[in-house]
Ligand binder design. Sequence first.
Ligand SMILES: Cc1ncc(C[n+]2csc(CCOP(=O)(O)OP(=O)(O)O)c2C)c(N)n1
Length: 361
Amino acid sequence: MPIRGQASGNDGVALLDAPVLTSGSESLPADRCRQIHRLMVRARAMEERMIKMSKSGEGYFWIGGPGEEGFSVPLGLQVKKGQGPAYDFLHLHYRNSGTLLAMGMTMLDGIRQMAMRRTDPHSMGRNFPGHYCRREWNIVPVTSVIEIQYTMAPGTAIVQKRHGGDGITIVTGGDAGTAEGDFASCMIWSTRPGNELPVLMIVMNNGWGISTPACTQHAEKHIIDRGKPFGIPGEVVDGNDPIASWHAIHRGMTYCRQQRRPYMIEAMVSRLYGHSSSSGALRVKDEPDCIELFEQKLLAAGIMDEAEVHRIHAEARAEADEAAEQALGEPEPTAEDVERFTYAPSRVDAVYPEDYTGLPQ
Ligand SMILES: Cc1ncc(C[n+]2csc(CCOP(=O)(O)OP(=O)(O)O)c2C)c(N)n1
C-alpha cells in the first residue's frame, strides 16, 4: 500500500492524505515520484543508446550523465524556465541530460547532437553530445573547457540582480573542475559586499577527474566548505536520492531567489559508464545506481509494481531507438556551416557581414 501522509516542500502545497514516498525526514507526492522516475529512466535510455552509437560508428565521441539522474532530473523540474533575466539562467556541464529532458527536451533533440545532424538545435551537429544550448530556455552553451561556466555565471546573475524579480543563475560542474581558479572567481564575484549575486553553485561530486581519484586531490572535507570564508551557505546531498535532492535544490533555489545571494550544493553521485567513450564507456558495477535504488523504494511503498517498471524501461528504450533511427536519416552539416552561427549578426563587420567578430570596420 502507498504510504499516506503529508507531502512536504513541493511548491508549498500540503497534500493531506495523498500518497507520498519518504526518504529520511523528507517526502514527495507519489505522482511527483512517478514523474521523476520516468524522466530518470528516459535519460538513462537516451544515454545508453548514445553510448551504443559511439561504439558502432554512428557517433564519434560520447560523454554524458548516467549516474547523475537522481539529482539532474529534480533540478530540471524546478527551473523557472524561460528567456531573459526574469527567468533562471543555466550554465551546465556535459552530464546534464536529465535536466534537459526534465525541462522538456525531446530525446530526438539529444540524439541529433550525438548523430551530428544539422537538425540538432543545440549546435547544428557541430559539438559533442551533452553540449546543450537553448536560447529560449536561458541555457548558455555548454563548453568542453571545464569550469569556465563558473566564471560566466556571475555575468548573468549581475543582469538578473539589476533587472529585479526572482530569476537566479544555476551553475553545475564536476568535483575535479573546482581546482580551477574559475570556481574561486565565482565565489569572489558572487559575494562582493553590497553586490552579492543570486548564483546557485552546484558541484556534482562523482569522485573522479577522468582517472584521478578525488581523494588524492582534496584536503578539505567537503568542497562546499570552501564557501565558508565567503559566507556562502550550502549543503551536501546524496545525489543518488531524488527526494533528498529535490528538497536540497528547493532550499538552494528559494534562498537564491529570496536573498539574492549565492548558495552551494555538493551532490554525491555515481559515474556509471566511466568518464567518456575515450575511456571505453563500460558499465561500472561497484557504484550505486540511482534508478535501481529509487525503484526499490517505489516498489516497497507500493507506488509502482514490477510490471509498470518494466513497461517504463521498455517504452524509454523504444523511444531512444526510434529517435536514433530518425536522427540518422537527417542531413549532416555542410562545409559552409562550419563558419556559420558562431557570432551574432553585424552590420559593421566587413569580413563576416552576418557574423559579429567584434572587429571595427
Ligand atoms: C580547462 C580544462 N582542463 C582539462 C580538461 C580535460 N578534462 C576534461 S574532463 C576532465 C575531468 C573533469 O572532472 P570533473 O570536473 O570532476 O567532472 P566529471 O567529468 O567527473 O563529471 C578534464 C581534466 C578540460 N576539458 N578543460
